[in-house]
Design a protein around this ligand. Sequence first.
Ligand code: FMN
Length: 163
Amino acid sequence: MYKDIKSIPVIAAGGIYSGQDIYRFIQLGASGVQMGTIFVTSEECDAPYAFKKTYIDSNQEDIIIIQSPVGMPGRAIRNGYINKIESGTEVPKNCPLHCIKTCDYQKSPYCIMKALYNSSKGNMKRGYAFAGSNAYLAKKISTVKEIISALKAEYEMAELKMI
Ligand SMILES: Cc1cc2nc3c(=O)[nH]c(=O)nc-3n(C[C@H](O)[C@H](O)[C@H](O)COP(=O)(O)O)c2cc1C
């Protein structure tokens, strides 16, 4: 069935944050890369400033894997709300939304729908930010044009073996 397939493009993703990273994965044979986290702190990203600020303010040790109530792990930035979840004070009293069958609210440490809604509105006291492993590298809000220019310059430097 697959004998006519000459090549399958592989797109590398996860933790790619610099032009050097892109260069490394292209050298390893990837056809391209997917980058998410680096664009969260762009001006063009429509997340609220409070959400973006959690990236800028984070340290490497704040980037953690949490278990979501729907049964999947997710990478997030530790904040006061996650601390509350871990201390068991955020247990849902009811479930008005029934958003997914795999979530039993009586066994859930918190309601992820409410937490994500709150963080999407910038209410980080009642929610948290999902993020890639390199979110702590964000230092400021930049335009997409500035981010792409920096990535291109870093890629070219890596190509010339200058970095
Ligand atoms: C705000 C945010 C939300 C995300 N939500 C999901 C998600 O719901 N499901 C998923 O599979 N990946 C999710 N991801 C992970 C992306 O798939 C990941 O960012 C992408 O592979 C690129 O990796 P990078 O962010 O390290 O560049 C999310 C990433 C971010 C930054």
